[in-house]
Design a protein around this ligand. Structure first.
Ligand code: ADP
Ligand code: MG
Length: 313
């Protein structure tokens, strides 16, 4: 279901932490709200969920103005980072909780739970207790619990924030696949650019309570509207006084017509190599390249080089 936010504003002690946000979230999309800590992401999500009341503006879900509707009646599934499972209930009971609260018949609940444990790949853990699950499994259970009520909208606030890097990456792929299967309109809040770029089909970049730019990941990466978006989405460096991507620079042999300098330092990060230079104008841009490219370049700290912008292919 599409979500329209118009002029949404929330103030704490007269400071607008969400400031006049107007945005359209397309039906069936997986939209990431990406921004630094404190930019207002969670507050925005809570207003959509009905857990915070806006000071101004409206929340409309599929044409229904739900701004004054109690959260229980908004048909929204949530999953937050510090999700607390019911410890005394097994996985199946945790997942079925929302349906029991809604007084669904036992047979309906049993059918839905068995469908969901399969969907989140916990079918062999249905009778386990939360303390017997790994962090990643617990978050999958939380997602299944959010999905059990067949929500119109799924809201995920940093759902993988507390997990280690490998599990996070796995869960990201899994959420993308899950979304492809069930197509429920989903908003994922994160401060992690890689997570947002990888998972979402639409990004909203949030900064100081406002949406700085909206678009698909490659649009934002290639055509950032502001310096903030440029710097926040992917690496930047300064060359000839202009902010550029370090992989848009290339190191060549010294020759006339290009800026010359020396290699200052080299950092090898597995596949990627970052080479920092000191140029004749005193500037110190860095250049990002693959390990193969670095090896064929054959430079060491102190080596004289020249640098130019790569020719776009
Ligand atoms: P994010 O999720 O992007 O990290 P939040 O929406 O949690 O940001 O917070 C945005 C700003 O609002 C922060 O400066 C935070 O301290 C403030 N804030 C959030 N909730 C409250 C509250 N209940 N009372 C006062 N200030 C709050
Ligand atoms: Mg937050």
């Amino acid at each position: 279901m599409s979500i329209s936010l118009s002029h949404l504003t929330k103030r704490y002690a007269s400071v607008a932490v969400v400031d006049d946000v107007t945005v359209e979230i397309p039906e069936g999309s997986l939209t990431a709200i990406l921004g630094p800590s404190g930019s207002g992401k969670s507050t925005l999500l809570k207003m959509i969920a009905g857990l915070e009341m806006p000071d101004e503006g409206r929340v409309v879900i599929e044409g229904d103005d739900v701004t004054d509707v109690d959260p229980r009646f908004r048909d929204i599934g949530f999953c937050f980072q510090h999700y607390a499972p019911f410890r005394h209930m097994n996985v199946a009971k945790n997942i079925g909780f929302g349906l029991r609260v809604r007084k669904q018949p036992k047979a309906v609940i049993a059918a839905k739970v068995s469908e969901l444990v399969e969907l989140v790949k916990l079918d062999n853990k249905a009778l386990s207790y939360p303390s017997q699950l790994s962090g990643g499994e617990r978050q999958r259970m939380a997602l299944a619990r959010a999905l059990a009520i067949e929500p119109r909208v799924l809201l995920l606030d940093e759902p993988f924030g507390a997990l280690d890097a490998i599990v996070r990456t796995e869960l990201r792929h899994w959420v993308k696949e899950l979304h492809r299967q069930i197509k429920v309109t989903t908003i994922l809040v994160t401060h992690d650019q890689d997570e947002a770029m990888e998972v979402a089909d639409q990004l909203l970049i949030m900064h100081s309570g406002t949406i700085e730019q909206a678009g698909n990941p490659s649009e934002l990466y290639d055509a950032p509207a502001t310096d903030f978006v440029h710097g926040f989405l992917g690496p930047t460096t300064v060359f000839k006084g202009v902010v550029v991507r370090p992989h848009d620079l290339e190191i060549v042999s010294p020759s006339s017509g290009v800026m010359e300098g020396v290699v200052t330092s080299i950092m090898e990060l597995g596949f990627e190599v970052q080479v920092t230079l000191t140029l004749s104008d005193g500037s110190m841009p860095w250049v990002q390249m693959s390990r193969n490219e670095f090896r064929s370049l054959g430079v060491a700290p102190g080596a004289p080089i020249a640098v130019r912008e790569r020719v776009a292919l």
